[in-house]
Ligand binder design. Structure first.
Ligand SMILES: Cc1cc2nc3c(=O)[nH]c(=O)nc-3n(C[C@H](O)[C@H](O)[C@H](O)COP(=O)(O)O)c2cc1C
Length: 304
């Protein structure tokens, strides 16, 4: 298989995973597509306590993507374990549980509760990059010392994959990536959304209730690519590239920039089968690029 990826003792059917918050728990689209053909599913961020998230409007379209300020709405980890985990356990693709929190204790307790339930999931993606909550998450994502402390604390509680999800809303993302690696992260995923806003000129109000939100979709692909490449130059752990991916060519760009795997996010809202369509498109591209496995393209970017 040209697109099968062997990484850290895990086999991913393809390098295409679906991004947190853009694919539910795989259940909403189960009747529409065969989610098991995907490389993996990252579930919506779960927190220790249930959260309603921010008041509407919390989603708005822009000319090149979307703005959201969902604010980590989710059912809380206890309910997650009882209602979502059993369904996720039945999937035959890699499941990665995304965790968000507001302090080290919070993240660790959520992780421990998940570890105490029977889960077939391959690992955890730790969201330290949500721009849509007043405190928490992002405090870690912008601070290398806090990132390392959080990562090493979480490392003590799981042998499953530990993936730190980084924010582009920082001066030097590579410093945060190195801190996550030093703390024991198995992989880095990047990027979360880019802070943005929009204005409705007729009512003179911001398009989002929270004024600022996170921009995602095609508009952020060049930003994501640059961040992935900076991370690639700074760390040796595998990288999951995220941001504006909607075609097989986009995936190849991320892999050439240094990614091992990718996640498709906002494009799922347009077409929930986009991940599978992109996967199909990768095989002929690999042949054109004359590689026997897509992973051979990792970091093959050549400078002028
Ligand atoms: C509506 C929406 C909800 C999201 N919720 C989460 C979330 O709960 N946790 C998280 O880590 N990222 C969340 N994200 C960020 C995505 O996982 C992804 O990092 C980002 O959208 C960039 O990828 P894209 O341009 O392909 O969408 C969300 C994005 C969107 C658009």
């Amino acid at each position: 298989m040209l697109t099968k990826i062997e990484l850290l003792n895990h086999t991913f059917k393809s390098p295409i995973l679906v991004a947190s918050g853009t694919f539910g728990y795989g259940d909403e689209v189960a009747g529409l597509i065969d989610v098991n053909q995907l490389g993996g599913i990252i579930t919506k961020s779960v927190t220790l306590e249930p959260r309603e998230g921010n008041a509407p409007p919390r989603i708005a379209e822009t000319s090149a993507g979307m703005l959201n300020s969902i604010g980590l709405a989710n059912l809380g980890v206890e309910k997650y374990c009882h209602t979502k985990l059993p369904q996720l356990n039945k999937l035959e693709t890699k499941v990665i549980i995304n965790i968000a929190g507001f302090g080290i204790d919070d993240y660790v307790k959520t992780l421990q509760i998940l570890e105490n339930h029977d889960g077939n999931h391959a690992g955890y993606e730790i969201n330290i990059s949500c721009p849509n909550v007043k405190s928490g998450g992002m405090q870690f994502g912008v601070d290398a010392v806090m990132t390392e402390s959080l990562t090493s604390e979480m490392r003590k509680h799981t042998n499953k994959l530990l993936i730190l999800k980084l924010s582009p809303n920082v001066t030097k993302i590579e410093d945060i990536a190195m801190a996550a690696e030093a703390g024991g992260a198995d992989m880095i995923s990047a990027i979360n959304t880019v802070v943005g806003m929009g204005i409705n000129i007729h009512n003179r109000k911001p398009v989002l209730n929270t004024v600022f939100g996170g921009l995602s979709g095609p508009a952020i692909k060049p930003i994501a690519l640059a961040n992935v490449h900076k991370i690639y130059k700074a760390v040796s752990v595998p990288i999951i590239g995220i941001g504006g991916i909607s075609t097989a060519e986009d995936v190849i760009e991320f892999i050439m920039a240094g990614a091992d795997l990718v996640q498709v996010g906002t494009s799922n809202f347009k077409d929930p089968s986009i991940g599978l369509k992109i996967t199909k498109g990768l095989e002929p591209l690999c042949k054109t690029l004359e590689v026997t496995n897509i992973h051979d393209l990792k970091g093959t970017l050549e400078y002028y």
